[in-house]
Design a protein around this ligand. Structure first.
Ligand code: CP3
Length: 341
């Protein structure tokens, strides 16, 4: 698996590529399966259909890794929180957490309850070509806590940050509960057959430096070291989004650092390239225009070279109105421009 080789900084015949949100709404084939499922959560809970949409981008785009089709919010869902995906609005929890007392209502068995995910992984691994890696994932404790306390997407993070500054012990209890749950969840994903795992910290960008280190990074790091000590051959990818100002403080036992589109690749390489393989970071909106794709890919290849230490990806998820042709062009162009002679 060229993707796994690259995660361990070994030279490969070209730089492997995949895209965050590669199984999603820009693919008409995905929309058809989601229609069959009825809604997004049904799709996540149906191993046969989740397997089908996971494999779609492999067949259509020929990317080097599949990412399990699911969502980070299945963790709080299986802790017992009521989750709805409302059209045009994204995820909504009808009873967001308000205080420490509410933690008592959360189940510690979420990882045990997520059997539909492990069933999907087993099916995918059976049907996925042996040369392609399967990536498992979860949300970081901090990013999950933002949805559990805000109840939905937010611009200000006012509710959750109010707790960070006024009630840190409530936050630490919640973050520890989430860390314990995702350790077990990722471990179960590994046992079911994933070849690498990625932790998405999409809302790292909401926090100032010291608070990011204390409330987000330390928990992700704890989960990563736990997994690395037990499963050294499984690459761990961490993606704290929007932390370009804090790269000097990034340290820990993991393999790949996900670089978001707002972080200059030169800077990431200078600060972290000697310690970690870097994944990223084409600005996803470049996919609207073929010339912009080529310009962006060439810039990244100029910085990262072809000698290993890099996995190509977008700097965040692909948007639903991107033409499939452009996504294919991106993947093919990376292969062409990074081929070792
Ligand atoms: O292809 C893949 O990358 C794998 C599947 C995947 C999904 N969500 C499917 C999905 C992954 C890895 C995620 C992660 C996820 N989910 C994150 C972290 C990454 C990021 O994007 O920052 C977050 C914050 C979520 C929570 C979430 N799920 C939101 C905010 C939304 C609404 C987004 C939107 O664009 O409407 C979702 C829904 C969701 N998750 C969709 C998909 C394909 C769209 C659902 C649909 O079909 O309508």
């Amino acid at each position: 698996m060229i993707f796994i080789e690259a995660c361990f900084k070994r030279q490969t015949k070209y730089t492997p590529t995949w895209m965050m949100r590669q199984a999603g709404r820009y693919l008409p084939e995905y929309m058809e399966v989601r229609r069959q499922a009825g809604n997004f959560l049904n799709l996540c809970k149906n191993p046969e259909l989740a397997c089908e949409v996971t494999l779609q981008p492999i067949d259509i785009l020929d990317v080097d890794a599949a990412i399990l089709f699911s969502d980070i919010l299945v963790t709080p869902l299986e802790m017992g929180m009521d989750l709805k995906f409302e059209a045009g609005e994204g995820p909504v929890f009808t009873n967001p957490l308000k205080n420490e007392k509410d933690l008592l209502s959360l189940s510690e068995d979420s990882a045990k309850n997520l059997t539909y995910v492990y069933d999907a992984i087993k099916l995918i691994r059976q049907r996925l070509d042996k040369s392609k890696a399967l990536i498992g994932f979860c949300g970081s404790p901090w990013t999950l806590s933002t949805y559990m306390i805000e109840g939905r997407g937010t611009k200000t993070f006012a509710k959750v940050k109010k707790e960070v500054y006024s009630n840190p012990s409530f936050m630490h209890k919640l973050l520890q509960l989430l860390s314990d749950s995702i350790k077990e969840y990722l471990e179960n994903q590994i046992k079911a057959g994933v070849n690498a795992v990625m932790i998405f910290d999409s809302w790292a960008s909401a926090l100032e430096e010291d608070i990011f280190l204390e409330f987000s990074w330390s928990y992700m790091n704890e989960v990563a070291s736990y997994l690395k000590s037990k499963y050294p051959s499984i690459p761990v990818i961490l993606f704290p989004k929007g932390v370009s100002g804090y790269l000097d403080k990034i340290d820990g036992n993991f393999d790949v650092f996900g670089v978001d589109w707002s972080t200059p690749m030169e800077l990431a390489k200078q600060k972290l390239g000697h310690k970690y393989v870097l994944q990223g970071n084409l600005e996803p909106c470049r996919l609207y225009n073929k010339d912009s794709i080529e310009e962006g890919v060439r810039k990244i290849v100029d910085v990262m070279g072809k000698e290993g230490g890099h996995i190509f990806n977008l700097g965040h998820g692909i948007l639903p109105d991107i033409p499939v042709e452009h996504a294919k062009y991106f993947v093919q162009l990376v292969k062409e421009l990074t081929a070792r002679s």
